[in-house]
Ligand binder design. Structure first.
Ligand SMILES: Cc1cc2nc3c(=O)[nH]c(=O)nc-3n(C[C@H](O)[C@H](O)[C@H](O)COP(=O)(O)OP(=O)(O)OC[C@H]3O[C@@H](n4cnc5c(N)ncnc54)[C@H](O)[C@@H]3O)c2cc1C
Length: 578
């Protein structure tokens, strides 16, 4: 097919999530002419639907609050979890450069963060910490993007309230307590009224939070630094000349477009959460017959990995876990598509348990999302497809919601009608509705309740770590993570293995330069975000371990390209003078 159009730039960034945009903004700040090409019609990828948290010890925020820590402590924490996959060079680079990345973005761009002073690490082991290692994108006023607000990917609709995102922490607490506390009622009412105003005048929310705020802020920064943004540009192959990557070809609605980049190409296409072939190869449960449902956008099909492999790069096949596992429920939407709701919050609240088809609990429900799925896979027989049910009573669902089902006063009706939510007036009735073993299920609930009245969970020790407690409800006593399931009707939502993205990616050096099979950098080619093999070695030590590295190595890739560009310019000038 003939090439319709050709663009030239210094740096070509492919993909517009945290990895791509942080790279683009940094390169543009360094004085380079940057193009970001995005396959979807909107910018932001998975990042725009994410929680927007970054795991970074020793941020300027922690420093300012007198909460800095010796670098050896987070290193110890990571060593304990990553084991033989711990890579001192990359982890040292990350722990020393990530705070600089944050400082750069906050000083020179529209990107701003808030610190999580009480967010615990996932594991309660030596080197772990409660608080000060996590930052989250500060909420953003979408009106500051003007017309460009329309190019921002919206959050997953079912995670919002009529299209308005709810932030974790105080924001969510106010919404949960809307009908329990007057200040929360006033707070939530103001937020909702402004949202209705937005819907009338802007047609979408302008109160932007979480990962959506991170992308909004990165997009605004990119526009401020004159980055050219191309939507509907799907990269199909990289262009090489004399052993150097000099650009890429894109499929667009109007034909093939070629983009030539003088100094570097950054692959940031968000890994392979929807690449069936690579999932077969790298996800054991998929090979064994359990489908995998990622909450990442469907455009992320591993294009960056395939294009790089075609010119000699490699994808790490050795990680213990190649994806960022999370429990997901499937939502039948009115337009015929399937929504994938990631269960990151309500699982840890008091009064919910997870059971298998045999009616038994199988895990500590309040543990981190990857551990939940690991336990589900471990407890599923080889011949069966992994799935389980999240179970709660009426009191629970009206207070915390269940998956996509919102708390009081929002009606449960549509969710019961479309089959997403199962209901039973008794435990046995619910068992029948879900095809769970009724005898064992009743026994499980009775046994759970017996201890729940005392705030105990002898079977799975719920509520015994700082992470679990933080996931619970601090206002519930004696154990913030446990309450009996007793006031019918009872409810259930089916949950299946899914992910927030992928870990296995292109093998690079610590500057994010993609390496060939011989371990040498492929000239001109860099990777960022989930296209870059996770520095966490296929483990999930804490929330924020993908966005933190995505932004840091995106920033480092751009700095390396700028440094190389300066050297190339000096060499060229002195060659001319000779
Ligand atoms: C609900 C949810 C909550 C999460 N919360 C957090 C959190 O709080 N902290 C955290 O660290 N992680 C979180 N994650 C994971 C995190 O969002 C992702 O790991 C991260 O956003 C990946 O960033 P990225 O830049 O690699 O890819 P993405 O943000 O997915 O961006 C990749 C972009 O590349 C585009 N693209 C794909 N193929 C092509 C092509 N051929 N040509 C051009 N463009 C292409 C895609 O359309 C996409 O826009 C969460 C994920 C989900 C789903």
């Amino acid at each position: 097919m003939p090439i319709r159009e050709c663009y030239e730039c210094d740096v070509l960034v492919i993909g517009s999530g945290a990895g791509g945009l942080s790279s683009a903004v940094t390169a543009a700040f360094e004085g380079l002419k940057v193009i970001v090409a995005e396959k979807a019609s909107v910018f932001g990828g998975t990042t725009a639907v994410s929680g927007g948290w970054l795991w970074i010890p020793n941020t300027p925020h922690a420093e300012r609050e007198g909460q800095a820590e010796p670098i050896e402590i987070p290193k110890l924490y990571l060593k304990n979890i990553l084991g033989e996959k711990y890579d001192e060079t990359k982890i040292h680079t990350y722990l020393t450069q990530a705070p600089k990345m944050v400082e750069f973005f906050e000083a020179k761009t529209e990107v701003k963060f808030n610190i999580g002073a009480a967010v615990p690490d996932f594991f309660n082991i030596e080197g772990a910490r409660v608080g000060w290692r996590s930052i989250v994108a500060a909420p953003y006023d979408g009106r500051l993007l003007g017309q460009k607000l329309n190019i921002l990917r919206p959050p997953i609709p079912e995670t919002t309230l009529w299209g308005m995102g709810i932030a974790s922490g105080a924001d969510m607490k106010h919404f949960i307590n809307t009908f329990n506390a007057i200040p929360s009622f006033i707070y939530a009412t103001k937020r909702v009224l402004r949202h209705f105003f937005d819907l009338i005048f802007t047609k979408r929310s302008t109160q932007i939070v979480n990962g959506n705020a991170l992308v909004a802020r990165l997009l605004k920064s990119a526009l401020d630094y004159n980055v050219k943004l191309l939507a509907n540009h799907a990269m199909t192959e990289l262009v090489e000349e004399n052993g150097r990557v000099i650009g890429a070809l894109f499929k667009t609605p109007a034909g093939i477009v070629k983009v030539i980049a003088k100094h570097g190409v950054v692959l940031a296409t968000g890994g392979f959460p929807h690449d069936e072939k690579r999932k077969q190869a790298l996800f054991k449960h998929v090979r064994e017959g359990t489908p995998h449902h990622s909450a990442a956008p469907e455009t992320n099909i591993g294009d960056g990995l395939s294009a790089a492999e075609a010119i000699g790069a490699t994808v790490d096949q050795t990680l213990p876990w190649s994806g960022a596992w999370a429990p997901v429920s499937l939502i039948p939407r009115l337009d015929g598509t399937l929504g994938r709701f990631p269960h990151l919050v309500e699982r840890g609240k008091p009064g919910l348990i997870a059971v298998l088809k045999n009616g038994c609990r199988f895990t500590n429900e309040g543990e981190s999302y990857p551990l939940f799925i690991k336990d589900l896979l471990k407890n599923t027989a080889y011949s069966e497809q992994a799935h389980c049910w999240l179970i709660c009573d009426h009191k629970f669902i009206r207070r915390y919601g269940l998956g996509a089902v919102k708390p009081f006063p929002i009606s449960l009706g549509p969710w019961l009608d479309n089959g997403y939510l199962k209901q039973g007036h008794t435990i046995q009735e619910l068992a029948v509705a879900c095809d769970i073993d009724p005898v064992q299920f009743l026994k499980t609930v009775e046994q759970y309740n017996q201890y729940a009245y005392l705030g105990q969970d002898p079977e799975f020790q719920r509520g015994t770590t700082p992470y679990q407690k933080a996931q619970g409800d601090a206002d519930h006593h004696p154990n913030p993570c446990i309450a009996p399931i007793e006031s019918g009707p009872f409810y259930a939502v089916e949950v299946v293995p899914g992910s927030l993205g992928t870990f296995a990616g292109l093998v690079t050096d610590e500057y994010a330069q993609v390496l060939n099979k011989a371990g040498q950098p492929i000239n001109g080619l860099f990777a960022a975000g989930n296209d870059l093999n996770s520095i966490m070695g296929g483990q999930y030590p804490s929330g924020g371990i993908t966005l933190g590295p995505a932004m840091t190595f995106g920033y480092l890739a751009a700095k390396k390209i700028a440094e190389q560009a300066r050297t190339e310019t000096v060499a060229f000038t002195s060659h001319k003078q000779d």
